[in-house]
Design a protein. Structure first.
Length: 67
């Protein structure tokens, strides 16, 4: 690798809007990165995700085309 052309990689604190914090690596010139959502408050990871019923669409298709 060439010397002096790569950005400095360092460890920073990541702070979520929910208050959770964790460490990550970055090349940004900052000490703290603020994010709006993380794995502790995202609906997919917390189990509060709402599932869309796609079964009605399949039945509608079969009824429309006589399958």
């Amino acid at each position: 690798m060439k010397e002096g052309i790569h950005p400095k990689y360092r460890e920073v604190d990541v702070v979520c809007a929910c208050g959770a914090t964790f460490k990550s690596g970055t090349t940004k010139n900052t000490d703290v990165i603020k994010v709006e959502i993380c794995n502790k408050c995202h609906p997919y990871f917390t189990g509060k995700q709402k599932l869309v019923d796609a079964g009605g669409r399949v039945d509608k298709f079969k009824k429309k085309y006589g399958i």
